[in-house]
Design a protein. Structure first.
Length: 337
């Protein structure tokens, strides 16, 4: 029996290696695709609109994509870890390795890059002498940029500490800073806009980051606790429905604040902001369809874990939504007609 087992092990090794290689190539391809959206998206969105883009809009959109993703990953881990404790019999202590430290480092670099742009008067810095670091403390945008940089430093320290749950505080600081940054004081009712953005960003981070960590947890439990993994996915799906409703409501309200109802249809095709928003809406519709498909499989399929496939596609499209959302913050805000 021993030679047979050895031979089987040798035959199985290449298959595992090939599967691992395929996953790595897929991840790299998806990361490259997500990076192309903020880098090439501005030129496509602005084409023929007559609007002028800010200097370095592609780079800024890319940095915001990294920053948003760096918020989604640890937020999703905290969210799903809490959900896993509510699943009876689930080995919630046996969870995948946290990506929060790496995410915090990436978020710190992105926030530092965005702060350097603010320190140069919202221009792309060419050399260190172009930046007025001290001036960051004297402006609202500069203070918010510094808050995000420091928040990611604290986030990394919390992720490496014995109490990873404390990450919620620096994550909340980044979300608040982004909400305030998106609505300057010159805007009409800026606090209302900031409140809508805060709810929108928080729910989106929990939705996207949570699904990613749920899928990682399912892979971890696929042999030891497959039933509990399916239960965790079902619990997440119920909460995700509420998150989607909140995202939709806040998104509609924010859109109507920036584009009056009578101009929405026209601006969706004639402005860069409208075109980017339309692309985001279409991607969210695709995500919703995939979510419904996964939930249908959870309820009716003989093996509930077959819902993994549409859920995996859903998290891929959610990654594209994050990139398009970052692009939305970089294109010119539409003029209220």
């Amino acid at each position: 029996m021993r030679p047979t087992a050895d031979a089987g092990g040798e035959a199985g090794a290449p298959r595992v290696s090939a599967a691992s290689l395929q996953r790595s190539v897929t991840v790299l391809a998806l990361v490259a695709l997500a990076a192309l959206i903020p880098l090439l998206g501005p030129s496509l969105a602005l084409d023929g609109t007559g609007e002028a883009a800010a200097p370095g809009v592609g780079g800024i959109a890319f940095l915001r994509t990294v920053l948003f993703a760096a918020v989604c990953v640890p937020a999703g881990e905290l969210f799903v870890t809490r959900l896993a404790r509510r699943v009876p019999g689930a080995p919630w202590q046996d969870t995948p390795r946290s990506w929060a430290p790496v995410s915090a480092a990436a978020g710190f670099v992105a926030a530092l890059g965005l702060a350097s742009v603010v320190a140069t008067g919202n221009l792309v810095p060419r050399r260190l002498s172009d930046m007025d670091i001290g001036g960051l403390y004297q402006s609202r945008d500069g203070a918010l940029a510094l808050l995000e940089v420091n928040a990611f430093v604290v986030l990394g320290l919390c992720a490496l500490s014995r109490r990873p749950g404390t990450q919620v505080w620096p994550l909340a600081a980044v979300a608040v800073a982004e909400a305030l940054r998106a609505h300057p004081t010159t805007e009409q009712s800026p606090l209302i806009g900031s409140g809508l953005t805060l709810v929108h960003v928080t729910c989106a981070a929990l939705w996207a980051g949570g699904l990613l960590y749920v899928l990682r947890t399912l892979l971890r439990w696929r042999s030891s606790a497959p039933g509990e993994g399916a239960a965790l996915l079902g619990l997440y799906a119920r909460v995700a429905a509420v998150l989607l409703a909140a995202i939709t409501a806040t998104g509609v309200c924010s859109t109507l604040r920036r584009m009056p109802p009578g101009t929405v249809l026209d601006q969706l095709t004639t402005t860069a902001y409208g075109r980017t928003l339309l692309a985001k809406v279409l991607l969210v519709v695709v995500v919703a369809v995939l979510a419904l498909w996964a939930r249908r499989r959870l309820r009716r399929a003989a093996d509930p874990l077959t819902a993994y496939s549409p859920a995996r596609a859903e998290v891929v499209v959610l990654g594209l939504v994050v990139a398009v959302s970052a692009l939305l913050t970089a294109v010119p805000v539409p003029i209220r007609w």
